[in-house]
Ligand binder design. Structure first.
Ligand code: C2E
Ligand code: CA
Ligand code: CA
Ligand code: CA
Length: 278
């Protein structure tokens, strides 16, 4: 105890105290954000690169803070992961996304597939059962849901992870590896996990088509995907030249501001309705 007090003294600074107070405040606000309905999902359409038909959408969380306005998930998701708040938030996301998909079904705005981002902490042993239970309640087949995983999830305990992924796959879920190329880049795991999609991180798309480094890396990622029989989704596609490049290398699907930004559910439904008319 004496030692701890000594350490506290050593590390104490008014600045740090301010920072931990700010964290405490954020933590309590985020806790309340759920019950106060301040969290919202936006939906970004995913398109077939060649036909430009909508093939799916990614659910992206937003926090409408009463004072600060819209807080980006890049700001609060890492914090929620550290504090464990990601568990109730992640459950809310799953429920909200599935309910939304089922509502669109009922309204006959048919969306083939909805992608959901999962944090490592959510990747628990009972996840397949929990998800299947939720979906059967809403009469949705698991094939309508794509789970976006990060390399950090795949780097967790190997056997257990393979087991979980195999069960999710067997239940019919589609599995995508998000932000591919930005993490551990240990390629040997790619063939051991039953993945369906690789998502090329937007940092590789940004420099296309003129930047040789980016172009080379995207070519290489494409070759990896092909040889392992994985489909490719490019994210962060902002201009026509990038899309042309992706079409030329035969990338399967894309999302990005060029064709649609993330939209609140009402606006996304209008986009679906418009596309259905064409
Ligand atoms: P991510 O999964 O890599 O999502 C892609 C990010 O790129 C999103 O940022 C999206 O709005 C943005 N984006 C889409 N198209 C373009 C484009 O053409 N140009 C540019 N510059 N950006 C584009 P967002 O919505 O701010 O989300 C940030 C990150 O927060 C996500 O990155 C994801 O890691 C995390 N996140 C979002 N929603 C959830 C969630 O429900 N659960 C979890 N665990 N994480 C989430
Ligand atoms: Ca994602
Ligand atoms: Ca991503
Ligand atoms: Ca990202």
């Amino acid at each position: 105890r004496g030692k701890q007090a000594q350490q506290d003294m050593l590390f104490y600074s008014p600045e740090m105290n301010q920072r931990s107070m700010a964290r405490l405040k954020l933590s309590s606000e985020l806790h309340h954000a759920l019950e106060r309905n301040e969290l919202q999902l936006f939906y970004q359409a995913q398109f077939d690169c060649h036909t430009k038909q909508i093939v799916g959408a990614e659910a992206l969380i937003r926090w409408q803070h009463p004072v600060r306005g819209v807080v980006s998930p890049a700001e609060f998701i890492p914090f929620a992961e550290e504090t464990g708040l990601i568990l109730p938030i992640g459950e809310w996301v799953l429920l909200q996304a599935a309910k939304q998909l089922s509502e669109w079904d009922e309204a006959e705005f048919y969306l083939p597939r909805l992608s959901i981002n999962l944090s490592a902490r959510q990747f628990k042993n009972n996840l397949p059962e929990q998800l299947c239970h939720l979906l059967s309640h809403l009469q949705l087949h698991p094939s309508r849901i794509e789970l976006e995983l990060t390399e950090s999830i795949l780097m967790q305990n190997d056997e257990a992870t393979i087991g979980l992924l195999t069960r999710l796959k067997a239940a019919g879920f589609s599995l995508a590896l998000d932000d591919f190329g930005t993490g551990y880049s240990n390629l040997s795991y790619l063939q051991r996990f039953p993945l369906d999609y690789l998502k090329i991180d937007q940092s590789f798309i940004r420099g296309l088509p003129s930047d040789h480094g980016s172009a080379g890396l995207v070519h290489a990622i494409c070759a990896i995907a092909r040889s392992l029989n994985l489909r490719l989704i490019a994210e962060g596609v902002e201009n026509a030249a990038q899309l042309t490049f992706l079409q030329q290398i035969d990338c399967d699907q894309m999302q990005g501001y060029l064709l649609s930004k993330p939209l609140p559910s009402g606006e996304f439904a209008k986009l679906l309705a418009r596309k259905a008319e064409i």
